[in-house]
Design a protein. Structure first.
Length: 323
């Protein structure tokens, strides 16, 4: 596949605030995380609505990260702030906790939430470390995946290296999990009851690569973003990554890489400005009528970069759901 050139990337919307996660739908518009409220909804006619916390929250307590749209029209928010948990916003605008702990374990930092076609939620919790920056190295393996179904939640995978976005394969047979600071993509066979099989390493990444977001295209290839190096990879079915785009600041990557290897990568360093034209590409989502408009979620930009993908994305479960 021919790499995407920098001049092929355009920008959509403006006035965004930490649009880390982006959801596209067939007719309900575009949703993106919006700090510190929750979710920004841009309707097809261009009108905007903010949904989430209206109360005053102390700094650092509520940071909307991964978002999802459920089959009954609720918005779901993974809170990576210290308050943690997965929150829900109904159509009336009421925002309240959905799940704050599992087996007595506080869900901090809840990183991502995925709603599937069966009404289940797959929730990634990056680490048990407080603050979470203690897990910015390869030796901490305490991230986990929670499955929520019909009001009951359980841990279905544990011992992961900073659990980030997770996605079901197009056939639903496997759950793919991005482990940011273990620098790998793992996958688990999914049983009929949601039980996961043993962890398999799908791909191990290298220098400067810290996988954050991921999404499948219609051909079953897995696209991922690397938040430090501003890279986008398309991974073959057999686990071979192909670089699709890069906007790396080599000095910053080298600085972060050295700190990572020496076990001193900090939040201040990780979230410093990065990239030449794009600042901390964190996720990728397919949208548009033909699912070939690839939006890039970021941690620090106020617009959404996007490009025309050479292959369509796979239709997500929420594609025809409304809010």
């Amino acid at each position: 596949m021919k790499p995407i050139a920098r001049d092929e990337i355009s920008f959509a919307f403006d006035g965004l605030s930490r649009p880390e996660c982006v959801l596209c739908t067939a007719s309900a518009g575009v949703f993106m995380s919006h700090d510190p409220i929750g979710v920004l909804h841009i309707a097809p006619d261009g009108s905007r609505g903010l949904h989430g916390r209206k109360d005053k929250v102390a700094s650092g307590q509520f940071t909307p990260n991964g978002i999802a749209l459920s089959n009954d029209g609720r918005l779901l928010i993974a809170n990576t702030g210290l308050e943690g948990g997965v929150w829900q916003v109904d159509r009336a605008g009421d925002c309240r906790p959905l799940l704050m702990e599992v087996d007595g374990i506080h869900l901090y930092p809840a990183n991502f939430v995925l709603a599937d076609a069966l009404g289940r939620l797959w929730i990634s919790v990056s680490t048990r470390q407080v603050p979470r920056s203690k897990a910015y190295n390869a030796d901490i393996l305490d991230g986990y995946i929670v499955l929520w179904e019909k009001g009951t939640a359980r841990i279905v995978a544990d011992g992961l290296g900073y659990t980030n976005e997770c996605r079901l394969s197009n056939d639903g047979a496997f759950l793919y999990v991005n482990e940011t600071f273990k620098r790998r993509i793992s996958r688990f066979a999914v049983g009929a009851d949601g039980t996961l099989g043993p962890r398999e390493t799908f791909v191990q990444l290298g220098f400067g690569d810290f996988p954050d977001g991921g999404v499948f295209d219609v051909e079953g290839h897995y696209w991922i973003t690397s938040v430090v190096s501003n890279r986008i990879y398309r991974i073959d079915l057999d686990g071979r990554p192909h670089l699709v785009f890069e906007d790396a600041d080599s000095d910053y990557v080298a600085l972060a890489e050295t700190a990572y290897r020496e076990g001193r990568l900090s939040a201040e360093m990780l979230y410093a400005d990065a990239g030449q034209s794009f600042n901390h590409i964190a996720s990728i989502t397919f949208g548009g009528a033909d699912l070939r408009k690839a939006y890039l979620g970021t941690l620090k930009m106020q617009q959404l970069p996007f490009f025309r993908a050479p292959v369509a994305g796979s239709k997500p479960a929420h594609w025809h759901w409304s809010f």
